[in-house]
Design a protein around this ligand. Structure first.
Ligand SMILES: Cc1cc2nc3c(=O)[nH]c(=O)nc-3n(C[C@H](O)[C@H](O)[C@H](O)COP(=O)(O)OP(=O)(O)OC[C@H]3O[C@@H](n4cnc5c(N)ncnc54)[C@H](O)[C@@H]3O)c2cc1C
Length: 241
C-alpha cells in the first residue's frame, strides 16, 4: 500500500523519525512491523523491516541510518509516497504483571515506545530502561537512560542499569542487539523473571515465504517474520544467535 510521508526528520545523531499518513484501514499492536519498499524502482531490491513506534492518527517509524536502504529513506521528503506492507508479525502479548519493565538497546527502543502507549491505555504500571553508546544517539524522551561513555544518564550498559530491579515478579519486554538480549536472558533465568524479546534478524520477504530469517529454537526452526519477531526468551537458543 502506498502511503504519504508527512514528515521525515533527524531526531538524534544518525536516527530519523518518519511519520506516515495512517489510512485507518487496519489495526496494529506493539511489536509488529512494516516491510518498506524504499524506492519506486527496484533498488534496493529487498524491502526493509521497521517496527512501529507510534500508531494512531499517523504511523511513525524511528530508524537508524546503517546502510544504503536507510540512507535513501532518510532523503525522502514530505509529500512523497512509500510502499509499505504490514502490519506484520505477532507483536508483544500484553499480560498484566506486578512489575513490568521495558528494556531497549539502541534503536531497539522503537517498538517499546508503541508498547508504552498500549500499556498506558490499560493503566498498567511499568518502568523503562534504555541504553545507547553516547548522548548523540539518545532518541527517547522517557525512561531511565544509560550511555556507555557516560555522556548522558547512567554510565555503563542498560544491563548494569536494570539488573538490580529484576526479580521473580518481573515481566520484561525487550528489544535490541542479540548480545544485550542474551545477557538479559541470563539475568532473567537466574532471577526467574519472565521476558518477551523482539528479534531484529535480517529478513527478505517478511511474510514467511523466503525462510531468510529462520532461527533455531528449542521448539524447532522458527521464522522470525511471521512466528515472531516476539518470542519467549526461554525458547531462544542464545548461543546460536
Ligand atoms: C522485525 C524488525 C524490526 C526492525 N525495526 C527497526 C526499527 O524500528 N528501526 C531501525 O532502525 N531498524 C529496525 N530494524 C533493522 C532494519 O531493518 C535494518 O537496519 C535495515 O534493514 C538496514 O537496511 P540498510 O539497507 O540501511 O542496511 P544494509 O545495507 O542492508 O546493511 C547495512 C549494515 O547493517 C547491518 N544490518 C542490516 N539489517 C540488520 C539487522 N536486522 N540486524 C542487524 N544488523 C543489520 C548489515 O549487516 C550491514 O552491516 C528492524 C529489523 C527487523 C527484522
Amino acid at each position: 500500500m502506498k502511503l504519504q510521508i508527512l514528515q521525515n526528520e533527524q531526531i538524534a545523531g544518525s536516527v530519523m523519525s518518519i511519520k506516515i499518513d495512517n489510512p485507518g484501514l487496519f489495526t496494529a499492536r506493539a511489536g509488529q512491523f512494516f516491510m518498506v519498499k524504499i524506492n519506486d524502482f527496484n533498488y534496493p531490491f529487498l524491502r526493509r523491516p521497521f517496527s512501529i513506534t507510534y500508531f494512531k492518527d499517523y504511523i511513525e517509524i524511528v530508524y537508524k541510518i546503517v546502510g544504503e536502504g536507510t540512507s535513501m529513506l532518510a532523503k525522502k521528503q514530505k509529500g512523497e509516497f512509500i510502499d509499505m506492507i504490514g502490519p506484520l508479525g505477532n507483536g508483544f502479548e500484553i499480560v498484566n504483571s506486578k512489575k513490568i519493565l521495558l528494556v531497549g538497546g539502541g534503536i531497539g527502543f522503537a517498538p517499546l515506545r508503541f508498547l508504552k502507549e498500549e500499556l498506558k491505555g490499560r493503566s498498567f504500571d511499568f518502568d523503562s530502561f534504555f541504553g545507547f553508546n553516547t548522548k548523540d544517539e539518545v532518541c527517547v524522551d522517557f525512561g531511565n537512560i544509560a550511555t556507555m561513555d557516560g555522556s548522558y544518564g547512567y554510565k555503563g550498559s542498560v544491563i548494569d542499569l536494570v539488573k538490580d530491579v529484576i526479580d521473580e515478579e518481573t515481566l520484561i519486554y525487550a528489544c535490541g542487539p542479540s548480545v544485550v538480549l542474551s545477557k538479559l536472558s541470563d539475568i532473567c533465568l537466574e532471577k526467574n523473571a519472565k521476558m518477551q524479546v523482539s528479534l531484529e534478524s535480517r529478513m527478505a520477504c517478511g511474510i514467511g515465504v523466503c525462510l531468510g530469517c529462520v532461527i533455531e529454537t528449542k521448539n524447532g526452526m522458527k521464522k522470525v517474520c511471521d512466528e515472531g519477531p516476539v518470542f519467549d526468551y526461554k525458547e531462544i537458543l542464545w548461543e546460536k544467535m
